[in-house]
Design a binder for this molecule. Structure first.
Ligand SMILES: NC(=O)C1=CN([C@@H]2O[C@H](COP(=O)(O)OP(=O)(O)OC[C@H]3O[C@@H](n4cnc5c(N)ncnc54)[C@H](O)[C@@H]3O)[C@@H](O)[C@H]2O)C=CC1
Ligand SMILES: O=C(O)CCC(=O)C(=O)O
Length: 428
């Protein structure tokens, strides 16, 4: 495990700064979060006891607009993790040209241990604690790992109770029945699929001859796995927090989705229609084994720090599409680069979620709601447009795609920082 995620994220920034003209003021400011809030959330548990949870919200940089980013419920949530996730949101929103800065939030807990009512009290308590830190023009949360539309609905409701008026635009990823956008639930995986479909033909790859492994079978990972399956790719391995399944002939992703939804397990499963046993050629595997499989494409879609100096040399995939935020450390990056692996970076690949969140916010503010086709057309155009720009920067400057994505984002951040001036009037 890397000592500090934020300092590792800053190493990527330092590398990109060598390839772009940006003022010293802006580059100095971008190394620090603008505001970091840590809160205690007391929750009455179902058995009558009181438990206090730790929560965080970080607004990293708001120069380009109100800050934006998800809320994570996970045992590993810490200030360092939330700050780096907010850092990545800043560069992601700039890379795909959304009028937002970056933020992130989280609560340290295992949500699987709480009842639905406990989760609701916790979600409302979190919003009570951060209500002065967020707002439709200040900071707009959304879902991330182990949070979902139901939780976003509770949070929007709690914020509206505090403000004594309905405020749908304070949070995105809401249920469709209360201001949610068509397509938001599938947006991250779908956006990633559009990028992959635009990039792989550059290497003359065709779906039927391309094998894929996907780590993480949640909101993001299961959607891209399904789209790849439908497009004729051979998805040979997928996993969740308890490990995964492998089949060299390709897994039947629709039946896996069905079993995961009804049994909450991938390991109960398998291929070939609805047969509920491990059948010939199928096997279980650990998350570590999945990462080093002999596949063409690897899609980490779970958590950060999965590919590090310890296992990067064993990676066999030629193309990595980072659906998770920060799945590769900077040391891991160097090793993959030396091996000639193409890494399509998180701040581009998983931007579909925040792009459709932006569309949701726009719809909430205008009161005019779009069809699923309108949302997905706009998403596809944006993902491909920004992906191509990043590809060209990488080619022209002969730099890795990640560095190119940061260069692209930094150019936009610099423009905004310089347009707003130094804002240092308060320094005597
Ligand atoms: N939901 C969204 O809109 C967006 C999500 N992301 C990123 O995508 C990644 C996944 O997020 P979601 O799919 O939304 O979360 P989710 O909560 O829907 O699913 C997470 C999945 O990862 C699995 N998982 C957890 N720990 C794991 C481990 N140690 N090894 C393998 N699998 C593990 C879980 O079992 C689950 O299948 C995260 O890095 C998140 O920040 C990025 C952009 C937007
Ligand atoms: O939808 C959003 O606003 C943010 C999604 C998110 O947390 C992410 O892109 O990592």
């Amino acid at each position: 495990m890397t000592a500090s995620l934020l300092s590792d994220a800053n190493r990527r920034l330092a590398r990109a700064l060598k390839h772009v003209q940006i003022s010293e003021d802006a580059s100095e400011r971008l190394q620090f979060p603008k505001a970091s809030l840590k809160v205690s959330i007391p929750v009455r548990m179902d058995d009558g006891s009181l438990r206090v949870f730790e929560g965080y919200r970080v607004r990293y940089d708001d120069t380009r607009g109100p800050t934006k980013g998800g809320i994570r419920f996970h045992p590993n949530v810490s200030m360092d993790e939330v700050q780096s996730l907010a850092f990545w949101m800043t560069f992601k929103c700039a890379a795909v040209n959304l009028p937002f800065g970056g933020a992130k939030g989280g609560i340290t807990l295992n949500p699987k241990e709480l009842s639905k009512f406990e989760l609701e009290r916790l979600s409302r308590g979190y919003v009570d604690a951060i209500a002065d830190f967020i707002g439709p023009d200040i900071d707009i949360p959304a879902p991330d790992v182990y949070t979902n539309p139901m939780i976003m609905g509770w949070m929007m409701d709690q914020y509206s109770i505090i403000r004594r008026q309905l405020c749908p635009a304070v949070i995105t990823g809401k249920p469709l029945g209360m201001g949610g956008s068509q397509g938001r639930d599938r947006a991250t995986g779908t956006g990633a699929f559009y990028v992959l479909q635009a990039m792989l033909p550059k290497f003359d790859r065709v779906p039927a001859e391309t094998t894929v492994a996907v780590q993480g079978f949640g909101n993001a990972g299961s959607v891209i796995a399904r789209l790849l399956f439908d497009a004729g790719y051979k998805v040979v391995a997928v996993s969740d927090s308890r490990g995964g399944v492998y089949c060299d002939r390709g897994l039947d992703i629709p039946s896996l989705q069905q079993f995961k939804a009804s049994t909450r397990s991938l390991k109960a499963v398998y291929c070939e229609g609805t047969v509920c046993n491990l059948v010939d050629g199928h096997d279980t595997l650990t998350n570590e084994e999945l990462l080093t499989l002999d596949v063409d494409v690897l899609i980490p879609a779970a958590l950060e720090n999965q590919i590090t100096a310890d296992n990067a040399a064993q990676i066999q995939a030629q193309y990595i599409f980072e659906v998770a935020n920060g799945p590769i450390t900077s040391e891991g990056d160097r090793i993959l680069e030396d091996k000639g692996v193409y890494v399509f970076p998180d701040i581009l690949v998983n931007a579909g979620g925040v792009i459709v969140s932006y569309y949701e916010w726009v719809q909430n503010r205008s009161g005019l709601y779009w069809t699923e086709a309108e949302v997905s057309d706009r998403l596809k155009t944006k993902m491909i447009e920004e992906g191509e720009k990043i590809w060209r920067i990488a080619q022209n400057l002969a730099i890795p795609l990640r560095t190119a994505a940061y260069v692209h984002a930094l150019e936009r951040l610099e423009e905004a920082h310089s347009a707003r001036g130094t804002r240092d009037y308060y320094i005597s």
